[in-house]
Design a protein around this ligand. Sequence first.
Ligand SMILES: Cc1cc2nc3c(=O)[nH]c(=O)nc-3n(C[C@H](O)[C@H](O)[C@H](O)COP(=O)(O)OP(=O)(O)OC[C@H]3O[C@@H](n4cnc5c(N)ncnc54)[C@H](O)[C@@H]3O)c2cc1C
Length: 442
Amino acid sequence: MNLKFCSTCSGRDGGGSGYSIEAIVNASINLRTAALQGVPGRAAAVRGKPTAGAAPDATSLLARAEKVAAVAAEYATVVDRDSRFPTEAIAEARAQRLMGVAVPREFGGEGAGIGDVIEVCYVLGRACASTAMVYAMHQTKVACLTRHGGGSAWHQLLLRRLCNEQLLLASSTTEGQAGGDVRNSAAPVERGDSRIALERQATVISYGEAADGIVTTARRAADAASTDQVLVVFLKQNYTLERLSGWDALGMRGTCSGGFKLLANGTTEQILPVSYDKIHAQTMTPVAHLAWSGAWAGIAAAAVERARSFVRKASQHSGGMLPPGAAHLTRASASLRTLRSLIASTLTRFEAAADNAAALESVDFQTGINLLKVNASELAVATVMSAMQACGLSGYRNDSEFSIGRHLRDILSSPIMISNDRILANIGTATLLGGVPSSLRD
Ligand SMILES: Cc1cc2nc3c(=O)[nH]c(=O)nc-3n(C[C@H](O)[C@H](O)[C@H](O)COP(=O)(O)OP(=O)(O)OC[C@H]3O[C@@H](n4cnc5c(N)ncnc54)[C@H](O)[C@@H]3O)c2cc1C
């Protein structure tokens, strides 16, 4: 591999592949008072909690999310049909300033918690699965930066820029044929003085072409083990994408999750100061699984809503007689309730442990947060399936107002978005440790 370090990166933008700290500083100063005075110490930033000012008002946040959802719903069919990025919905999310909502106020955001973020994912999921998943993936990257980049001037300034310009971040963890083996990387970060370069066979990068930056895992160095990983942020000016594969998928078609050869250049400052194993356990996995689950619950809720409308209409047409599949509506409602409770209880556990690295890294927490992904995806699929059976032929048809086709195709991505079987195998040993809980509510 012959990687070239970009020589034009020390100037502002440089018009090429480099993006310097000076450029970010200048951009931030132009856009907002970006003086570093008043930037909190690392402890506060790592916790990802605002040290001044309150989190956004939940009602107003939901009202803003509803506006985005209205646009997302309007374009959901065409986004799915054409397998295209939900441009209009993400533009509205930017207009509603939702991209940086979870960034602490000190860095220009609103200090929203993960609970707020997953509510937004849920609201969007009810309208357009792809929009919700794009938002969920972006917010997972924002959480990694917020919680682990606070000690780095480069990442602090990036967060300011993200809020000011409502930047959209994509994620690259899948590489080569390794699939969802997120805790191993093949491509190393190549280093030369303060410069870095990365060439990665990124098999899947959702909305790679639409994003303003890519947050990627990588091997720390050429002589590092595959599990010795770092997380690096490259902004659009830092990289080129060569398409390896398209995205003609069953569902989640608007995520545009094509494969690319990622060729990136930057500076060492762009590497997050905390090693990836910590970021993975403390933030990446919990936030991804909660945010994805929020989006999946939204899809499931939308399917239940359709099923309820169908059963009501069908019974009105037959003098109050329920259609044959009506019992499936009850099942769908029941599994949606279980799904919502599961997400809520896991969120409570995450919030309780959020300031405690040891608790987050404990076997018990990690098992629970991984099982959230498995259980939430299974419940979401079961809910949508029940909703479709409740609607019968009207749910099965694509040309019906009660069609559950898109919801079913979208939700079927959930068990394979990191295979549930892979996750269950990974935590198999942990389930041998410890005993059965001694009380119901410990
Ligand atoms: C909607 C959606 C969006 C996604 N977005 C992103 C994203 O933005 N960024 C990202 O990094 N990832 C993304 N992914 C990919 C995801 O993170 C996992 O990598 C992917 O779901 C594969 O998971 P898996 O390896 O556990 O399972 P599987 O795909 O079932 O793979 C199982 C195993 O089969 C082997 N295998 C797979 N394909 C081949 C092959 N062609 N030849 C030989 N062996 C093979 C691999 O060793 C793999 O370990 C997305 C997935 C989905 C469904």
